[in-house]
Design a binder for this molecule. Structure first.
Ligand SMILES: CC(C)(COP(=O)(O)OP(=O)(O)OC[C@H]1O[C@@H](n2cnc3c(N)ncnc32)[C@H](O)[C@@H]1OP(=O)(O)O)[C@@H](O)C(=O)NCCC(=O)NCCS
Length: 127
């Protein structure tokens, strides 16, 4: 049966979970997921700021359900706040097994980026 909820935001990453990405329990390692969430959020932040960005904070990271080898993992990005030089992006992670077309939400978190110039100094997002 489908989750009643549906993903919020723009699809920024779609990747297959592989055996090399597992933890000691044989499920997918949380750090692997966070790395892809950070990358997906960076794609959305760079697109919005039209410049380089760096991650300054990760908040309210939550792992809701396990991810298994062979699952298709999708990251959805929603820009929830644009500050002076910073952008806060909510990432929802949804996964889908091989035997089903139903997606379930497995993780979420808020990623804050700062837009930086060539000298790595913060600059206004809206210039
Ligand atoms: C990001 C960085 C350039 C910011 O430089 P800074 O001189 O500290 O900048 P500021 O204090 O002026 O903060 C810049 C913005 O970030 C926000 N910010 C800073 N720390 C924050 C935090 N912990 N959480 C949320 N926002 C934060 C500030 O509120 C400010 O937002 P605004 O301009 O929209 O109002 C600097 O901290 C840095 O280079 N950090 C390392 C980043 C990095 O390497 N990331 C990859 C990790 S492997």
């Amino acid at each position: 049966m489908s989750d009643e909820k549906t993903p919020k935001g723009q699809l920024v990453i779609q990747i297959l979970a592989m055996p090399a990405d597992t933890n000691a329990n044989g499920d997918i390692f949380g750090g692997w997921l966070v790395s892809h969430m950070d990358m997906g959020a960076a794609i959305a932040a760079r697109r919005r700021a039209k410049s380089r960005v760096v991650t300054v904070a990760i908040d309210e990271m939550a792992f809701l359900k396990p991810v298994y080898v062979g699952d298709t993992v999708c990251c959805y990005a929603d820009i929830v706040k644009v500050g002076h030089t910073s952008l806060k992006i909510k990432i929802e992670v949804w996964s889908m097994g091989l035997q089903t077309t139903d997606q379930k939400q497995v993780a979420q978190g808020y990623f804050t980026f700062v837009a930086i110039d060539e000298e790595r100094k913060p600059h206004l997002v809206d210039r």
